[in-house]
Ligand binder design. Structure first.
Ligand code: NI
Length: 403
C-alpha cells in the first residue's frame, strides 16, 4: 500500500493507493475518483472552489483490503463525504454490498431514529443508498457507518456516525468476511486496544524558551494526516481538539498524534454551545469524548476546548482545564492559506495559543509556511500542556485573553 496514484491540478487534488495484490480494488478506487472529478468539473468548478480526495486503510490483510476515500468539495458551500471500498485480486465490493438487501431499509430507519433521539423532531426519511457508503468494523466487531451531512439528520448536525454492536444479522457473506478480517487483523484504523503510546518526553522550559502553541479544532478530518506529516517533518508539536465521533471514525490518526508527541484535546461530542445546555448535558458532552480518546490512546485528553469558546463561570469542567486561544486565524471563514498564514503570524507572540481547524484544505496548505516562519523567529512549537504545565482542573487558559 505504498504506491499512490494521484492527479493534481490547481483545483483538484486526489490521491488513492495502487494495490498490486488487490487489482480489482485499485480499479474501483480509480473509477470512484474519476466519477467525483467529472461531477465536480460539470457542477462545481469555479475560481473559488476546490476538490480533494485523500485515503486511509480500514482493513489491511494479505487476502483482503479496505480503503476509505474521503472526498471534499469547497465551493459556495463545502461538503464532505466518504466511501469505503473493499477487495482483493479478483473482486471488489462497496460498503453497501456488506449489508443484506432485505435489511438496508430497516437499518437506515434505525439510524435515523437514533439521530432523532439525540435531536428531537421527526425521523428523517433516510435513503439506504446514501446511508451505507462508508461501512467499517472496529476491532471488537462493531459496525460503524459514517454518513454525509443531511443523511439521517439535519445538515447542521454535520457528518453523522451510527454504530451497531452485534451487526451479524444485517450482513451479507461479504459483510461477514470483512468483519472477520477486521476483528483478526491489526489494521491501524480499526485497532481499539490502546497500547502504551507514550509521548516522547523532551523537556521544554517555556519560561526560558520562546514557546507558541498551534491548535487544531473539529477533527480528525481528511487533512489531519497531512498536517501531522508537516509537524513530524519540521519537528514541531501542536494540540488537536477533537470531536468524539471523529475520533471513533479515525482512531489510527489519533494514535499517531500521540506517537508524534502531539496533545490530544476534547472538543465535545456534538459541538454544541455549552451555554445552551444543562450541567448534565455539558458533562456528558465532555466525558463521552474523553472516554473515546482514552480508549484509543490510553490517556486522558490534555484539556477541553468548549465549542465556539462559549462557557460561563459555572459551566462544569468534568475534571479538565478549559483551553481557549488568543490568536484567531479565522481559517474556517477565509478558507485561504495566505490569509490564514498572515493572521497566524501577525498575532504570534511568546505564550500565544493559535486557533486553526484541521478540516480545511487551505489550513493544511498554510501550516508548513507558518511553522517555517515561526521557527525563523526563534519559536519552539509546543503542546498546550507544555506551554502551561501547571493547568488546574477548573482553570481557563490563557488566563488573560489578549483582546
Ligand atoms: Ni469547533
Amino acid at each position: 500500500m505504498r504506491a499512490e496514484s494521484s492527479w493534481n491540478t490547481p483545483r483538484y487534488a486526489a490521491q488513492w493507493p495502487s494495490l498490486p495484490k488487490a487489482q480489482k480494488l485499485s480499479e474501483a478506487l480509480g473509477r470512484q475518483v474519476e466519477a467525483w472529478r467529472s461531477d465536480y468539473a460539470s457542477n462545481f468548478s469555479g475560481p473559488h472552489s476546490d476538490m480533494t480526495v485523500v485515503w486511509e486503510p480500514v482493513v489491511n490483510a494479505p487476502d483482503l483490503q479496505g480503503i476509505r476515500l474521503t472526498h471534499s468539495v469547497t465551493a459556495a458551500d463545502s461538503a464532505i463525504d466518504s466511501m469505503t471500498i473493499y477487495g482483493d485480486a479478483g473482486s471488489s465490493f462497496t460498503s453497501r454490498q456488506l449489508i443484506a438487501d432485505s435489511q438496508r431499509k430497516s437499518l437506515a430507519q434505525q439510524f435515523a431514529r437514533q439521530a432523532v433521539k439525540a435531536d428531537g423532531g421527526e425521523p428523517f426519511e433516510a435513503d439506504p443508498d446514501d446511508v451505507f457508503t462508508d461501512v467499517s468494523f472496529t476491532h471488537d466487531g462493531t459496525l460503524v457507518a459514517t454518513m454525509p451531512e443531511g443523511t439521517i439528520g439535519p445538515m447542521s448536525d454535520g457528518r453523522l456516525y451510527a454504530t451497531v454492536k452485534n451487526p451479524q444479522r444485517y450482513l451479507t457473506e461479504e459483510g461477514r468476511r470483512v468483519r472477520g478480517v477486521a476483528m483478526k487483523s491489526p489494521a491501524p484504523s480499526t485497532a481499539q486496544t490502546p497500547t502504551s503510546v507514550a509521548k516522547p518526553k523532551e523537556t521544554v522550559d517555556c519560561t526560558k524558551a520562546k514557546c507558541i502553541a498551534l491548535t487544531f479544532d473539529d477533527g480528525p478530518g481528511p487533512y489531519t494526516n497531512s498536517i501531522l506529516d508537516t509537524l513530524e517533518e519540521k519537528k514541531a508539536r501542536a494540540t488537536f481538539f477533537t470531536l468524539g465521533p471523529a475520533v471513533q471514525a479515525a482512531p489510527a490518526t489519533v494514535r499517531r498524534m500521540v506517537e508524534l508527541g502531539m496533545g490530544v484535546g476534547d472538543h465535545s461530542w456534538s459541538h454544541p454551545q455549552f451555554t445552551d445546555l444543562s450541567d448534565g448535558e455539558v458533562t456528558s458532552e465532555i466525558t463521552r469524548t474523553a472516554e473515546v480518546i482514552k480508549k484509543v490512546t490510553g490517556a486522558d485528553p490534555v484539556a477541553v476546548r468548549p465549542p465556539y469558546g462559549a462557557y460561563a463561570k459555572e459551566t462544569p469542567h468534568a475534571g479538565f482545564p478549559f483551553v481557549l486561544w488568543d490568536v484567531d486565524t479565522e481559517d474556517w471563514k477565509n478558507r485561504n492559506a495566505a490569509v490564514t498564514t498572515q493572521r497566524a503570524l501577525a498575532g504570534a507572540h511568546p505564550g500565544a495559543i493559535v486557533l486553526m481547524h484541521d478540516i480545511h484544505p487551505s489550513t493544511a496548505k498554510a501550516v508548513p509556511g507558518i511553522i517555517d516562519a515561526l521557527h525563523e523567529q526563534g519559536y519552539t512549537l509546543v503542546t498546550v500542556d507544555e506551554l502551561i504545565p501547571a493547568m488546574t482542573k477548573r482553570g481557563v487558559y490563557p488566563t488573560r485573553p489578549a483582546q
